[in-house]
Design a binder for this molecule. Structure first.
Ligand code: TTP
Length: 393
């Protein structure tokens, strides 16, 4: 079965991290987010992957090429982001036979993707506490009988997790009218399939829709925890690595460093001397974490430097960021309330008691900058030496 993976979105809610990189290409442990989805499809038996690309799509093409893990890759370019059904319809000429559709910005538990492929026609569902916020499936025994968006009276607690195995006939049903929110939605295609076929609900144990920056942190928490200890880089005898720590070939860990896994130190990165890295942390390629720096539960992207006397907790730093000496991140409020973050101009709760800052690519902080919890620093932003930064910039 072929698998269509949707990766054309703009990722507006995850800005500034998506300012020049599509959301599906943001780092999650040792791969881009969309590679986890693609791997799950290949492991489930996909014999071709069709990637629907659009926004900054060349980055996706550069990563996967024409073949990935021995499986052919083809591309469909969606020029306007007119909805998920529109995205799949863009790939129509590549589709023959039954086909799967997966969101390139979702993490699915791989065993469920196997079951999805086995039970075509099928849809992945996840049991949620607040079904009113989701597309909800109604079921009758082992069959899906309908799907309704954000219902006030949900028929079940099974949310649609955006992964489908469709029969070949669904190819003819991809042209659906615009929904109320002005998009051509894949759920309307699913509704047609439900009318004509027995559709199996496949329940996921774990699922994550990565839409906002703290969900990228959660994606890393999930996938870093899956890594097994592996030390291929240069590690000083005077460093202490505890638990599932991966030091890739070409990475350097200097004396006096303590790393508590899960943590991944990627090729070309340098840690130490005397640094402390803990709690689901990714140190990206060519990043540098220097003397007396503590990094906790964070994503430090490629080429970023936090070189001297800093604390960075529960934060996501983009590429080529430079934190001046003594820059410190606050990740907790004195009143213990959940940290809020600005998404498309609105302050929303992250649902996290601990959340630090999100810095876009090329941010530079002056020495002794003090950064408040939930702060967003846009691409290329700077702070002054000694500044206490409480508002997004
Ligand atoms: P969304 O998360 O709804 O959209 P997005 O990724 O652009 O993010 P944001 O809302 O923050 O701007 O998209 C769900 C998935 O479908 C995601 O994998 C992107 C993909 N998609 C397309 O490929 N084309 C489209 O036209 C749309 C709407 C989504």
């Amino acid at each position: 079965m072929k698998a269509v993976v949707l990766a054309a979105g703009q990722g507006t809610r995850i800005r500034p991290l998506s300012d020049s990189i599509p959301k599906p290409m943001l780092p999650v442990a040792d791969r881009p987010l969309v590679a986890h989805t693609t791997d799950a499809a290949i492991d489930a038996g996909a014999d071709e992957i069709i990637l629907v690309i659009g926004y900054e799509g060349e980055t996706v093409r550069d990563y996967f090429g024409d073949e990935y893990r021995g499986v052919p890759i083809s591309y469909a370019v969606q020029t306007e982001q007119a909805g998920t059904a529109h995205a799949v319809n863009t790939a129509r000429e590549h589709i023959d036979g039954s086909f799967a559709v997966l969101n390139g910005d979702n993490l699915y538990d791989p065993a469920a993707v196997d079951r999805l492929f086995e039970h075509c026609p099928a849809v992945c569902a996840i049991a949620v506490d607040e079904p009113r916020n989701y597309g909800v499936l109604s079921t009758d025994g082992d069959s899906v009988t309908g799907i309704v968006e954000k219902p006030s009276e949900p028929p079940t607690n099974l949310a649609n997790a955006g992964a489908y195995a469709f029969p070949e006939r669904a190819r003819e049903w991809l042209e659906v009218p615009e929904s109320e929110r002005g998009e051509h939605e894949i759920t309307d295609v699913l509704a047609s399939v439900i009318e004509e076929f027995d559709v199996t609900p496949v329940t996921l144990d774990q699922w994550l829709d990565v839409g906002r920056p703290w969900e990228l942190l959660e994606a890393n928490e999930w996938k870093l925890a899956d890594l097994d200890r592996r030390i291929d880089g240069r590690v000083s005898d005077d460093a202490h690595l505890e638990g599932d720590v991966v030091v890739e070939e070409g990475a350097t860990v200097k004396p006096g460093v303590v790393v508590e896994g899960p943590a991944l130190i990627r090729s070309g990165a340098t840690v130490g001397p005397n640094a402390y890295v803990r709690g689901a942390t990714l140190i990206g390629e060519d990043a540098s974490v220097g003397h007396s720096v503590e990094i906790k539960n964070s994503v430090i992207s490629r080429g970023t430097s936090v070189s001297h006397l800093s604390y960075v907790g529960d934060s996501v730093l983009g590429r080529n960021v430079n934190f001046g000496a003594g820059t410190n991140v606050a990740n907790l409020r004195h009143d213990d309330a959940d940290i809020k973050f600005t998404v498309k101009g609105e302050r929303v709760s992250t649902g996290r008691r601990k959340f630090g800052v999100v810095a876009g690519d090329d941010v530079k902080t002056g020495i002794n900058s003090s950064l408040s919890p939930g702060l967003k620093l846009t691409t290329g932003a700077t702070t002054q030496p000694g500044e206490s930064v409480e508002r997004d910039r």
